[in-house]
Design a protein around this ligand. Structure first.
Ligand SMILES: [Zn+2]
Length: 432
């Protein structure tokens, strides 16, 4: 190689190093990536490893990751990964630079025909290895999910249909136990341990047992009727007004109390069956003769409406478990800055809090959010009035648009600000 060739290559490499992730994207085989996540991340299959949503590129950070196998911050590394090149080899590294810049390595290729064939064979072999490793990781993730679902199902199966949850619900809704709408799939686990301290970011963290007390156990049911998860609500009958324990984090005693509700197994795409479901061969299915569907975030809120309505014989009552499962994923393009709320970032600088778009993400899979029963023509969505109002309103608008796509009539019911429907029931009868 002559001196001028090498300095031309040095310049070429320097130029490639200066290309930002965003600029390199259009030169790489990545036009299929879509911004499916509100955080500005582009997601899609990896040209080298396959999958459906394995590769994530966040041009804003900048960072890219191919789940479980590779990742980094620079465009050359990304190019090498998706093209199956080995950036530690000089020839491959120059090819990756060429891909990033969108033009060939200067001064022609010194690669012979044999070298080129050898490189192609190496790329093919690397691609095969990547795909094999990715398929193995997928199988392991699926096994893990199936095991988690089985554990959650077992928790519900071994809980008792009669127990403290009946007293809890009667106190929450301020009625007699015999007046409660019959929700045959709710159960009580008499001794449910509350584990805390498991941290996904720190695999060495060991969860500790905070306490053991009764909990209400509800199943999460997939549209197929299978129980895929469970919802736990710890109970403290002596603690008004919510009758749930105050749970202090021993590591952060002055911080926010820990949630008294938890979910296990899979929640997304499922729902908690309350009234209007039947059991058949181990499956829990909505009654197809009930055209009306009432659904809220919480069990208590939805049962409060069932209580004041009768419950109605034409209605299926269910809970989504949380707002995310009710609303479904948002269109990444429509997120907006909260008009007033700000949050300090790592450096203490106040940044606006982003609110998910009121528009649903296009082309959602059925397991990304709760699905209405197939025969539902008239849907009532129950909003929570005690959550942050902008985020809740945007999420409810999203749920409404999403569920209207089936042709059903969808209405959103709002409780007075600062309360939920269960609170209103309790308050109205205090006044009697
Ligand atoms: Zn990959």
């Amino acid at each position: 190689m002559t001196g001028s060739q090498s300095s031309a290559r040095d310049l070429f490499v320097e130029e490639a190093r200066g290309v930002e992730l965003t600029a390199a994207l259009s030169n790489l085989p990545l036009s299929h990536l879509s911004d499916r996540i509100a955080r500005g991340e582009l997601i899609g299959s990896c040209p080298a490893c396959g999958g459906t949503d394995r590769l994530g590129v966040n041009p804003g950070k900048p960072a890219w990751v191919c789940r479980g196998s590779a990742g980094g911050r620079d465009a050359i590394g990304l190019a090498a990964h998706v093209l199956g090149l080995d950036a530690s080899r000089a020839g491959d590294f120059l090819e990756a630079c060429a891909a990033v810049l969108g033009r060939p390595v200067p001064d022609g290729s010194t690669e012979s025909e044999d070298e080129r064939r050898e490189r192609q064979a190496r790329i093919a072999e690397r691609k095969r290895q990547n795909e094999e490793a990715a398929a193995k990781r997928d199988r392991e993730a699926n096994d893990f999910r199936a095991a988690e679902q089985a554990r959650a199902r077992g928790k519900w199966l071994y809980a008792k249909p009669d127990g403290q949850h009946v007293v809890y619900l009667a106190r929450r809704l301020d009625c007699y136990a015999h007046e409660l709408p019959i929700a045959p799939f709710l159960r009580t686990s008499a001794n449910e341990t509350y584990w805390h301290g498991k941290d996904d970011r720190d695999p060495r963290a060991v969860p500790v047992e905070l306490f053991t007390r009764p909990a209400m156990v509800a199943p999460f049911v997939a549209p197929s009727g299978h129980v895929i998860g469970c919802h736990l609500t710890w109970i403290d009958l002596d603690r008004r007004p919510k009758f749930r324990p105050l749970i202090i984090d021993p590591k952060d005693p002055k911080g926010e109390p820990l949630p008294s509700k938890k979910m296990r197994g899979t929640k997304k795409g499922g729902m908690i069956p309350l009234v209007g479901f039947f059991e058949l061969d181990g499956l829990i299915l909505p009654d197809p003769h009930r055209p009306r569907f009432v659904v809220g975030e919480g069990i208590e809120n939805t049962l409060a409406i069932a209580l004041v309505e009768g419950p109605r014989a034409d209605t299926i009552y269910a809970s989504a478990g949380d707002l995310g499962n009710l609303a479904g994923p948002a269109d990444a393009k429509g997120r907006f800055a909260h008009p007033t709320l700000k949050k300090a970032d790592r450096n203490g600088v106040l940044r606006p809090v982003w609110v998910g778009s009121p528009t649903p993400k296009p082309e959602q899979a059925p397991d990304e959010a709760l699905q209405a029963p197939p025969g539902a023509r008239d849907i009532l969505l129950l909003a929570d009035g005690d959550s942050e109002v902008h985020a809740t309103a945007s999420a409810m608008a999203r749920a409404r648009t999403r569920l209207e796509a089936s042709g059903a009539l969808v209405t959103v019911a709002w409780p007075p600000r600062g309360s939920d429907f269960a609170d209103i029931l309790a308050l109205s009868s205090f006044g009697q």
